[in-house]
Ligand binder design. Sequence first.
Ligand SMILES: [Zn+2]
Ligand SMILES: [Zn+2]
Length: 180
Amino acid sequence: MVPEGLNALRETSQLSVEISELLRHPGTSRHFAFTEEVDGLGLEIGRVQPALDFDLELASLVEGILVSGHVRGLYQSECIRCLRSFVRPFDVELSEVMAYEDLPGAEEGYVVSGEHALLEPVVRDAVVLAMPLNPLCRPDCEGLCPVCGADRNATDCGHDTARIDLRWEPLSRLKETLEE
Ligand SMILES: [Zn+2]
Ligand SMILES: [Zn+2]
């Protein structure tokens, strides 16, 4: 049996699925499962590798198409403590309405164009939100030594590793000034 999703017709430059069967047939739905290369999901804090796995249910509503399901892939990021680069899998859940193009009040860019649901904005927004704001290579990363810069995950440089609470530093400097 050929998986249904393989019939999905996708334009070359955009991530979209052909949904002519669903158009204007509220209550019907279709399952799409496919792998697609999506470039340009790069973010400040990390990069998403192009090959993404999609497992989506597209359901026809009166006002548009409800897209729900999962997007899975890999992202590359740099640890905020030790600056090492690492790659990690992610799994994002989607649930968004894509409106028929001319409908007011629809989420901007979430539209059905002709017989295609243009999925890229929906996918990009969901993946962006799933990225960690403070990426860590592992939860207990020891980071770099503030004295000599050594990677404390790899070596014990012997420096005092007590963390200085930077919030109190201006106060202790003020105290020193006052005491002089
Ligand atoms: Zn780290
Ligand atoms: Zn050190």
